[in-house]
Design a protein around this ligand. Structure first.
Ligand SMILES: [Zn+2]
Length: 250
């Protein structure tokens, strides 16, 4: 990002402040905020202000998007980029909110030329170069599953082209080490799934390496100690990528 963006962001931060009561309410509903150090929380608040200045929220399906909703979504979205910066979310602007899960039409042409069409019910969707779509009902509930972190992890994954579970890695990181840790974790996960064992992570993670990355990113931030215990190698890779060690916070 050029000097113009930095200048604009400095101006936004100089002119805007998050209302204290609003932030306290957001912090009260998102457990991860309580684990942040004061400097980390201050950094998150700045990112939230910038996120709200640069992204556009739209409500569909009869939902009216309130400031509280915007701040909550922004706080969750900015946790993964706390140490990476907002440039990691550049190239698109929209956040679309539905009141609850939403239906999307899918179609696929198979190799025999037959067109299959069906409807999916989703809690979130991230489109390459396009908006992030979220169900407010799913985003508002702070549980071990976090649809906001999930969709924004997809956005980071998409920065390297097609989503494949490998976001752009930093200098000094090894693609080979990332892939080895990812494949090991995913293989063990699929194996447990096949044997009918409890998989801890959402079985949906077995769909594709990109889904595994998104699902384990939720766990990395929401249940870091258990993630580190179950997937120590991939936890280390995630720690290098996100430049955060959430297990050391709790
Ligand atoms: Zn996904």
């Amino acid at each position: 990002m050029g000097w113009l963006t930095s200048w604009r962001r400095r101006r936004v931060l100089a002119k805007h402040r998050l209302e204290d009561a609003l932030w306290r309410r957001t912090a009260g509903s998102l457990s991860f905020i309580k684990t942040l150090s004061p400097p980390e929380e201050a950094k998150l608040k700045d990112l939230v202000i910038l996120f709200l200045a640069e992204k556009q929220f739209a409500g569909v399906g009869g939902i009216e998007v309130s400031d509280a909703m915007r701040v909550s979504i922004a706080a969750q979205a900015c946790l993964p980029i706390l140490e990476l910066g907002l440039d990691w979310y550049s190239g698109w602007t929209g956040v679309v909110l539905y009141p609850g899960d939403f239906r999307v039409r899918r179609s696929e042409l198979d190799e025999d030329g037959v067109l299959h069409e069906w409807e999916d019910e989703l809690a979130g969707e991230a489109m390459p170069g396009g908006p992030v779509v979220l169900s407010w009902d799913a985003a508002a509930h702070d549980t071990s599953i976090n649809v906001v972190i999930h969709e924004f992890a997809h956005k980071l994954d998409m920065l390297s082209g097609a989503p494949n579970g490998v976001p752009p890695l930093h200098a000094g990181m090894s693609r080979r080490a990332w892939l080895a840790a990812l494949n090991d974790a995913l293989e063990g996960f699929c194996d447990a799934l096949e044997r009918g064992r409890d998989t801890w992570l959402d079985p949906y993670a077995a769909e594709h390496p990109s889904e595994f990355f998104a699902v384990i990113s939720e766990a990395f931030f929401q249940q870091p100690k258990e993630t580190r215990r179950r997937y120590p190698d991939f936890y280390d890779q995630l720690k290098l990528f996100y430049k955060q060690d959430p297990a050391s916070r709790v």
